[in-house]
Design a protein around this ligand. Sequence first.
Ligand SMILES: [Zn+2]
Ligand SMILES: [Zn+2]
Length: 242
Amino acid sequence: MSGLCFVAVCALIFWPLEELFEGDGAARPKLKDLAALWFYQSFGLWLAAGIIYEIAFFLRQFLPQPWLLLVGRQPFWLQATAALLMAEVWVYVFHRLSHTLPCLWKFHRVHHTLVDMTWSATSRQHPVDFLLIIVGANLPAMLLGVDLRPIAFLVVVERIYTVLLHSNLNLEYGWLTQIIASPRLHRLHHTPKCGNRNYAGILSLLDVLGNTFQPPMTKEQSGETHERFPALADEPTPTQSL
Ligand SMILES: [Zn+2]
Ligand SMILES: [Zn+2]
């Protein structure tokens, strides 16, 4: 049910926006992409939550109780911010490794079969890629005693922001793009020649710090009216280095 609501909310927000601003250039949702969005948002997330819960509560017995209580007593915003930072560092590092290590690229390459950026294709991912990202992103916060509410809030924000990143919107934030990733910034990551840039999920500041930030070009600069990226072949594996 949560997956259906998520797909419906995303469709209500992003579909009209893409049609409005991109017109003929907007990609139409494919049934298999919508099914993946629904599946990962429902069963995928529940499976990830179960794995996180089991690992975190096993390892928590080795942590001092006063520490866990201290973390749990912090204000909501502070716990959410800490959880966000830990999650974003994992997303950046893991994503970068996925473009570097053949054993991870073989899963991550599924995501790079996106030909047209569009909100509905956000979850075009291999299950292993999805689980490793979600579990790794949220396990540290859970392990260190962050309350479930800020973690759940963060997951919702992260999932919706990921859909925004993949939407076919000509959206850029100017200088702020060096801190927060924009759809145009992530679009660049999906072009074959720029796949080793802009790894961040939300905090593009990590790309700046990791020297993998590449500012997006406007459509006018690129000379294209609508960007369509060829699906990557089997080969483009880890051409990049850390
Ligand atoms: Zn990638
Ligand atoms: Zn992507």
